[in-house]
Ligand binder design. Sequence first.
Ligand SMILES: *Cc1c(COP(=O)(O)O)cnc(C)c1O
Length: 229
Amino acid sequence: MTTTDVDVAANLATVRARIEAAAAEAGRDPAGVTLIAVGKAQPLERLEAALAAGQRVFGENYVQEAAGRWPALRERYPDVAVHMIGALQTNKAKEAVALFDAIQTVDRPRLAAALAKEMARQQRQVAVFVQVNTGEEPQKAGVMPAEADAFIAACRSEHALRVDGLMAIPPADEDIALHTAFLAKLAARNGLEKLSIGMSDDYEAAIRFGATHVRVGSAIFGARPRRDA
Ligand SMILES: *Cc1c(COP(=O)(O)O)cnc(C)c1O
């Protein structure tokens, strides 16, 4: 199969139009919203279709999967930016620093320290987002809201990380507006401008409440095929 069964270019155009409309409705400049195309578990040809359609910012959830595709794709598209949006194990810090332009899932001191050490060793500055568990769900990653200010401060002062923003994956059954507003407040009092929140089902609402980075997968690439297929 040379072309994809999903019309990625058409889906991208739709998502971009909706982003512009949501931004306009909120009185925001659409240029202030970055669309991150989330390619996890998607066939390579769907990513290639997005690249061909001009998409340049991507999100990946797994170090191994990203390592298998982005070094080659970067040779053809040197201007891509790849954000790590999945859970990151400390022992993958070295590979992650080499692979990604931003790591959105920094949520614990050991990971912050490992990333800082690798950035110094590789002389490569990677943007960092602190992941906040805004829903306070015990099984989910992210620093708890009550500990977020102290953790952001420690990332900066103890690890000399350049913290660019905050990221959250709110509970699917809760109103995204509340989580986005909370994240925006936390960001403002810490001098952070980037808010990564909103997925296929709720990115427009997230934009209305201040999201600057929306992570959209299935609305662009279609349903994810089974990982073991
Ligand atoms: C998979 C994933 C997304 C995209 O989800 P869709 O519902 O397919 O848009 C966004 N953010 C994170 C952290 C994800 O793991």
